[in-house]
Design a protein around this ligand. Structure first.
Ligand code: EPU
Length: 337
């Protein structure tokens, strides 16, 4: 266990928060030993995976940060069209997707190029281009920090929702996800319906894409819109897309006929927060240190030299102005620590 570790390399916003204690977890035995230790019982703790969806608000974390680094990918079942693949929590998510695509396995290709690790993917049910993690997750294995006991969570037990799961709600901070089992297919239809996938493929002269061509197209589309976290600090989408009643939406559409939207079950409509933020005049706004990404208003960025609090304040100002203009309260998707 190390002390006073700067977490700057461990969070994609790149904030210099110092952790009182920092432990690298490379296998389950290390995690079990940590759970049994006195210091663990005394101190508060934080499970840190890729650090791509966290915002450190303070400059000091007064407790133990557990950095999950377990590795391994294996095929555990192969029957007919179905292949079950087990990936350890510390595996890099985009590399995992690349590997599945290279193996010719369908089910995670639209989630290409999302920065992060496998173990964090179920926590927020990562999603992009018409696919969500829950579509391919079979089950995941986790360790309860209070007891050190292993528990398998089925897909239903994960209680997945839009950028949501039980691990973000009633079990928040209580379980470390050590591995995820994916049910993938040797053959399956590709999902090309979302946004500009088809337009991109057409522009590049691709008529019926292969699995690899779709993967590469999604990487290119993301690169064109989202900042590279190695160059500009960010946590991807900062806010969730709000879901409003059909009634509220119709009133809004009268004033803004071009408002993009997606129909949801139960007479609800999802509206892109990026559009609302752009209309409220924030796209490309910046001061010296923080700002709203010029190509995608849903992404708040840190240009360096600043503190988490500055992003918190910017987010509050954006929330307030969107609420004043549209009467919609947008809520963060990023986890505040
Ligand atoms: N839009 C604007 N202005 C902007 C951004 C978007 O008008 O600045 C409009 C777009 O023109 C489009 C609509 O909003 O009509 C939706 O935009 P886009 O397809 O880029 O997706 P999004 O709703 O902004 C969501 C996810 C992303 C995911 C993309 C693609 C959330 C919170 N975000 O963004 O996920 O990559 O769809 O599927 O649901 C993430 O979670 O970190 C993330 C990047």
């Amino acid at each position: 266990m190390k002390t006073n570790v700067d977490l700057q390399p461990y969070n994609s916003f790149g904030f210099h928060t110092v952790a009182k204690h920092f432990v690298e977890i490379n296998d389950i035995q290390e995690l079990e030993a940590l759970i049994r230790s006195d210091v663990f019982k005394r101190e508060k703790h934080l499970i840190l995976s890729g650090g791509n969806n966290v915002l450190f608000q303070d400059e000091f974390f007064d407790g133990i940060v557990m950095h999950i680094n377990t590795k391994g990918i294996e095929v555990v079942e192969n029957q007919g069209n179905d292949v079950v693949v087990k990936a350890q929590g510390g595996e890099d998510w985009p590399e995992f997707v690349k590997k599945m695509v290279a193996m010719g396995l369908y089910g995670v290709e639209n989630l290409a190029h999302i920065p992060g690790k496998v173990g964090a993917a179920p926590v927020q049910n990562i999603g992009a281009y018409g696919m969500e993690l829950k579509d391919s997750l079979l089950q995941c294995e986790a360790i309860e920090l209070a007891t050190g006991k292993k528990r398998v969570f089925t897909k239903e037990e994960c209680q997945f929702g839009y950028r949501n799961s039980i691990f973000k709600n009633e079990l928040k901070g209580q379980y470390v996800i050590i591995s995820v089992d994916f049910l993938l297919k040797k053959d399956a239809p590709l999902h090309l319906e979302y946004g500009n996938i088809k337009a991109y493929l057409e522009q590049n002269g691709i008529e019926s894409p292969t699995l690899l061509q779709l993967h590469d197209a999604i990487c290119a589309i993301r690169d064109a819109k989202l900042p590279d976290v190695k160059k500009i600090g960010s946590a991807g989408s900062f806010f969730k897309n709000p879901v409003i009643s059909a009634e509220q939406f119709e009133a809004l559409q009268k004033q803004h006929p071009n408002i993009p939207h997606y129909d949801e079950p139960n007479d609800k409509v999802k509206v892109p927060a990026g559009w609302l933020i752009e209309q409220a005049g924030w796209k490309g706004w910046r001061d010296e240190h923080v700002g709203v990404y010029e190509k995608q208003a849903l992404v708040l960025v840190h240009y360096g030299g600043s503190k988490g609090q500055d992003v918190v304040e910017l987010a509050q100002r954006i929330q307030q102005s969107v609420e004043e203009k549209f009467g919609i309260r947008i809520s963060p998707e990023v986890n505040f620590v």
